[in-house]
Design a protein around this ligand. Structure first.
Ligand SMILES: O=C(CO)[C@H](O)[C@H](O)COP(=O)(O)O
Length: 205
């Protein structure tokens, strides 16, 4: 199988486990959704397949920042939303692993990350502000946070998102927006780790 490796502190443990199984003889190849995950995979001797050789991706396993009742997701807290969405939408199946605190009836408690090109980002910022999305430029060490793709992230404190499909379309029609963190109709299965150590599984119907 060809496996998509997610990004973040939850995906970290998935990659560790896959590394253990590769060491024990599991025959898979992988594609990573961030520089950090690719570096980790290489350290664990998980074979990384170059893009020209990929004909299909069987399964993508990733975390999320929020999951709603319809299995729509907010992602990008770790800044990897663009690569994550490229890999997730190219995969036959996506499994999302979260802890119970991330399961919400309606998205919007977690700020929605929007990746934008640095050129004229202030204009893009104003477009988002005009939509009352309350954007904030993500920073690291007092400088704009730079994604693996050389872009900026505007975290939108927009509150409840009752119609994520509509917001997703609105955002991606704005010039300067590269991608947003709403993953619509992409996740097939969500595995929820509960406080008592058990898991609950949600499946797209
Ligand atoms: O979208 C992501 C990175 O861009 C992550 O999947 C999301 O932020 C969850 O991360 P964590 O497992 O560390 O809570």
């Amino acid at each position: 199988m060809t496996i998509g490796l997610g990004t973040g502190s939850t995906a970290y443990w998935t990659i560790q486990k896959i590394g253990e199984r590769v060491k024990a003889g599991l025959d898979i190849r992988a594609v990573a959704t961030s520089v950090a995950s690719e570096t980790l995979a290489r350290e664990l001797n998980i074979p990384i397949v170059p893009f020209p050789e990929i004909t299909h991706i069987d399964l993508d396993i990733d975390g999320a920042d929020e999951v709603d009742d319809h299995l729509q997701l907010t992602k990008g807290g770790g800044g990897a939303l663009l690569r994550e969405k490229i890999i997730a939408t190219a995969s036959r199946r996506m499994i999302v692993v979260i802890d119970a605190a991330k399961k919400v009836p309606v998205l919007g408690r977690f700020p929605l990350p929007v990746e934008v090109v640095p050129f004229g980002w202030e204009l893009t910022f104003r477009r988002l502000a005009a939509l009352e999305l309350n954007p904030a430029l993500r920073e690291k060490d007092g400088q704009p946070y730079i994604t693996d793709n050389g872009n900026y992230i505007l975290d939108c404190h927009c509150g409840s998102i009752p119609r994520p499909e509509a917001l997703h379309t609105t955002l991606n029609l704005i010039p300067g927006v590269v991608e947003n963190g709403l993953f619509i109709d992409i996740a097939d299965t969500v595995i929820i780790g509960q406080e008592d150590g058990s898991t609950a599984v949600l499946r797209r119907s």
